[in-house]
Design a protein around this ligand. Structure first.
Ligand SMILES: Nc1ncnc2c1ncn2[C@@H]1O[C@H](COP(=O)(O)OP(=O)(O)OP(=O)(O)O)[C@@H](O)[C@H]1O
Ligand SMILES: [Mg+2]
Length: 268
């Protein structure tokens, strides 16, 4: 059984009108469902090529869902809407302002009807897992947190539900370089523990090459997958591995491919 399968998927907004706008075209890929081991897929491509659209199609989120043409399948069946086996972390900080860190982290468990004591016990475990401190941070509100801390809350809120598929849309885009490397290491650790498959959109080639087992490179809009490359897994800390010559060579090759794509966009 496949975990995620796209067959010739296109999305056109306002199809059939004079405002029709095709944002992805003929996207096909397959990620197998391997037991005990999730893949990490980095997604790169020029701005506006449809990367978020692809994540939202996997997540079953409107208005990107449903696809106009083609088949989007998760765990062997067509996607009909959101489901608990898929979790999404967005770029902008999406915590609820009027809830504390703990209340944000346990939100999904609360929706699922879990008793308060049990969900808060689990919530405290996850606060620590993402590198926050229960005593210091659990009762803070989002406006009292830094960007990096807020993104830790968003990650905890999604991963506490143990999704089989984690969709991350430029989650570290707004963080400073040092925090970003720390978050990459944190994510690799959590990913190994959860055995989930991660789809990770980023504009940072280094980030995609470091985190990914595989990298998809999208064409300019309407986006389609031009290249699928296997890259070495992140088996050393981010700041060590990203300075090694072999890593930098892979990163440079991919940057060159993307630069050529972006030049084509600005020429057209
Ligand atoms: N709800 C919508 N209605 C109409 N067009 C949309 C809608 N959402 C997105 N689009 C269009 O779809 C195209 C692809 O958008 P998408 O957000 O998937 O790109 P992206 O690759 O994630 O870009 P970025 O790297 O800038 O985040 C864009 O041209 C965008 O304007
Ligand atoms: Mg996007």
């Amino acid at each position: 059984m496949n975990l995620v399968h796209f067959a010739h998927v296109s999305k056109t907004f306002n199809a059939g009108t004079d405002r029709a706008h095709t944002v992805i075209k003929d996207v096909s890929f397959t990620v197998e469902n391997k037991s005990g081991h999730g893949e990490f897929i980095g997604i790169l491509g020029p701005s506006g090529c449809g990367k978020s659209t692809v994540l939202r199609l996997i997540a079953g989120l409107r208005p990107h869902h449903p696809a106009t043409i083609g088949v989007v399948e998760v765990l062997g069946g067509p996607v009909r809407g959101p489901g608990s086996e898929r979790g999404m972390v967005f770029q902008d900080y999406t915590s609820f302002d009027n809830r504390t860190v703990l209340q944000n982290v346990v939100f999904g468990l609360e929706c699922a009807g879990m008793a308060q004591k049990e969900r808060e016990d689990r919530g405290r475990v996850w606060i620590e897992k993402v590198g926050l401190n229960v005593k210091r941070d659990a009762d803070k509100f989002p406006h009292q947190l830094s960007g990096g801390m807020r993104q830790r809350v968003a990650i905890a809120r999604t991963l506490i539900l143990h999704p089989k598929i984690i969709l991350m849309d430029e989650p570290f885009g707004a963080l400073d370089p040092a925090t970003r490397l720390n978050m990459q290491d944190l994510l690799v650790g959590l990913w190994r523990e959860l055995e989930a498959t991660v789809f990770f959109v980023t504009h940072s080639v280094d980030e995609a090459v470091y985190l990914g087992d595989r990298v998809y490179i999208f064409s300019p809009a309407p986006g389609t997958i031009l290249h699928q490359l296997d890259v070495p897994p992140p088996d050393r800390p981010a700041r060590v591995m990203q300075r090694e010559p072999e890593f930098m060579a892979i990163s440079r090759d991919i940057s060159n491919i993307i630069e050529k794509l972006e030049t084509k966009v600005s020429d057209s």
